[in-house]
Design a protein around this ligand. Structure first.
Ligand SMILES: [Fe+2]
Length: 143
């Protein structure tokens, strides 16, 4: 069973955002699998590197969308994004820094995967749905 399980309650109705969220779930599961399957430490590093890159890309998309619709909570939402990026990059730096025992890296990947899965689920339901609702009210008839 994958760690991050997609569910209808995460659907925003905005196709680009939903596609990106699903891809983030996959990226988290890849990182989690790197730990569970005891793959090479490089796989854990690469999964985390991908997660960091793709999260940044996704946040850029969301922030551009919020800007475009004049979402009043943009600054607050951006801060949540920035806080997560800080944590991901700090963990990435640690993982890239190398570990004396390979398993340390795997444990670390597991910790990061759990943290990211939990963060994403809450963030979508609590923060993202805010701009989604705002976008719907702004543009009736659009998802
Ligand atoms: Fe967001």
């Amino acid at each position: 069973m994958p760690l991050a399980v997609w569910s209808d309650r995460y659907v925003t109705g905005i196709p680009e955002i939903d596609a990106q969220h699903k891809r983030l779930f996959q990226a988290i599961n890849r990182l989690d699998a790197a730990y569970r399957e005891g793959t090479e430490e490089t796989e854990a590093q690469e999964s985390l590197a991908f997660l960091a890159r793709y999260t940044l890309e996704h946040f850029d998309t969301e922030e551009a969308l919020m800007r475009a619709i004049g979402y009043p909570m943009l600054e607050f939402h951006q801060k949540e994004h920035a806080d997560l990026m800080t944590q991901i990059l700090a963990m990435k730096a640690k993982l890239d820094g190398g570990f004396q025992v390979p398993l340390d890296g795997a444990d670390f990947a597991a910790h990061m995967a759990n943290f990211a899965a939990d963060w994403l689920a809450h963030h979508i339901n609590e923060a993202d749905m805010g701009y989604v609702q705002f976008a719907k009210e702004r543009q009736p008839g659009r998802p």
